[in-house]
Each structure stands twice: as structure tokens, then as C-alpha cells.
Design a protein around this ligand. Structure first.
Ligand code: 5RP
Length: 263
């Protein structure tokens, strides 16, 4: 692996081989999401605990202090909205010059396998890899499903993750599946991070799926709403840190969450 790629990945993935990314990119297609109306407020207490911040160039410039040591994963796909015809109809939104100027540690792009825009989004990924690799910038592919959350079966996720890796993604972000998640990991030759999805009913549910996903081989998470829509986001972030970086069990994470919440 080239030194530049390796250096950037080592800023995002800790020495233990694990990572906890914090996404705040939701506004790029759904506008001012609940608890993310003012991104600078949302990230205030959380940034210090994140191994990487997933963000668009606009919110990066407007809301993230340039002296923050947290590495940036720049969201570089978009062009659709929640009220538009099809969320899958994405394009690449950010040039390679801008990616370099913003000192991104990595970039992130969605692919929509099985959608009407499968070829377009897979070509977006391929082109982005070809643009970024010469500069040592790793690409993280996001296996997106738009509004069709029921698509998230292990079979579908395996297919999407493998295609993303084949096209050159250095990291793949995908959903956790209760069944056969180990098969999703086994079929993907690059590291996988777990995406969150809508907020769960309880904190324990989050700790359980993250713990199980990590034990089955995921290297970390990219969790947004289940952190910053929680009434105690810092406690949530730190309890997840314990699961990811210290192998805390869901029960131990729950204990830590309650201790931090009450302190
Ligand atoms: C949207 C994304 C987001 O980064 C991700 O889904 C947000 O995380 P969460 O679902 O945990 O709020 O890639 O396509």
C-alpha cells in the first residue's frame, strides 16, 4: 500500500485496528435533521471522541473548527433530496482539488446496487477511486438503500460490499444484518464499518448490534442518529467507544452509559 494511503488510513483507524466514525452528513439529502439543525452544536462535546468525522464540504467549512485534530471523511456524493424522484440518482459533488484543499483523510460516496441508478453510482465510485488514488486518498463506499430499508439482507449487503471493494473502495460502510453478518464480512476483502440507520428504541439494542458486528469482523462503526439523537450523546459516544476499542460487552456498555449519564 502506498505511504500516503497508509498514513491517511492510520489517522482514521487506530492501532487496535478499530474505528468510531461520527457522521453528520444527513443534511445533504434530508435538510436540517432532528438534533442536527446546528451541526456545530451537535458535535461540540462529541468531536473529541470521534476517530473520524463524516461531513460535506459545506458543513465542514461552516461548522467544524479548522484546528480540530479529528480527521475528516468528506462526503462527496449527492445531488438528490428526500422529496425528489429518486435518492439513488447521485453524482460526485466535490472535485479532487477541493478534496485536497480541505485536507480530507478520506472521502465517502454512496452506491445504490439494484436501483435504477446502479450503473451510474458504481461508475461514480470507480471514477472517484481513479481520481483519489494518485493522491493517496482512500475512498469509503457507502452501500445505500435510500428509502427501501427492507433491502438490508445479508445477501444484498454481501453483493453491494463485494462490488464496492472490487471497484477500489478501501473501506466499505454497510448496514448490520442480524442473520449472516459474518458472511457479509467474509465476502468483502477490505475493512467494513457498520452504518447505523434510524434511532433504536433503547441504548442496549445499539450496544448489542455494534458488539455483535464487531465480534463478527467489522472494524468499527459510522453511527450518527443513535448517538446525537440520544438525550445523552456524550455518554452514548463513550459507551460505544468501550465496545469498539475495549471489547466491552453490551451489558458493560450499558453500565458505563448509565454511570456517565448520571454523573
Ligand atoms: C447516509 C449516510 C450517513 O452517513 C449515515 O447513514 C448516517 O448515519 P446514521 O444512519 O447512523 O444516522 O451515509 O447515506
Amino acid at each position: 500500500m502506498d505511504w500516503g494511503i497508509e498514513n491517511r488510513l492510520s489517522r482514521l483507524i487506530r492501532e487496535d485496528g478499530r474505528c468510531q466514525f461520527l457522521p453528520i452528513d444527513h443534511g445533504y439529502f434530508q435538510g436540517p435533521t432532528s438534533c442536527l439543525e446546528d451541526p456545530s452544536e451537535t458535535i461540540k462535546g462529541l468531536l473529541a471522541y470521534a476517530d473520524g468525522l463524516f461531513v460535506t464540504r459545506g458543513v465542514l467549512r461552516a461548522s467544524v473548527p479548522p484546528n480540530s485534530p479529528t480527521p475528516i471523511i468528506l462526503r462527496v456524493s449527492g445531488g438528490t433530496s428526500i422529496i425528489g424522484a429518486d435518492l439513488a440518482n447521485e453524482t460526485i459533488t466535490t472535485s479532487i482539488d477541493e478534496i485536497i484543499r480541505l485536507n480530507a483523510a478520506a472521502v465517502g460516496i454512496s452506491i445504490f446496487v439494484g436501483s435504477d441508478y446502479e450503473k451510474q453510482t458504481l461508475t461514480n465510485l470507480s471514477n472517484l477511486v481513479s481520481e483519489c488514488e494518485p493522491y493517496g486518498i482512500p475512498v469509503m463506499a457507502v452501500t445505500a438503500v435510500g428509502k427501501e430499508l427492507e433491502k438490508r439482507t445479508a445477501r444484498y449487503l454481501s453483493l453491494s460490499c463485494r462490488i464496492a471493494a472490487e471497484l477500489g473502495a478501501r473501506i466499505v460502510k454497510t448496514y448490520y444484518s442480524t442473520e449472516d453478518f459474518d458472511k457479509v464480512i467474509e465476502g468483502c476483502p477490505v475493512p467494513v464499518v457498520i452504518a447505523g440507520g434510524p434511532k433504536c428504541e433503547t441504548e442496549l439494542e445499539v450496544f448489542e448490534f455494534v458488539y455483535d458486528g464487531i465480534q463478527k469482523g467489522a472494524i468499527g462503526v459510522n453511527l450518527g442518529r443513535n448517538v446525537w439523537q440520544n438525550p445523552h450523546p456524550v455518554a452514548m459516544m463513550r459507551a460505544l467507544h468501550a465496545v469498539i476499542h475495549n471489547n466491552a460487552t453490551p451489558k458493560e456498555a450499558q453500565g458505563l452509559f448509565e454511570e456517565l449519564r448520571n454523573s
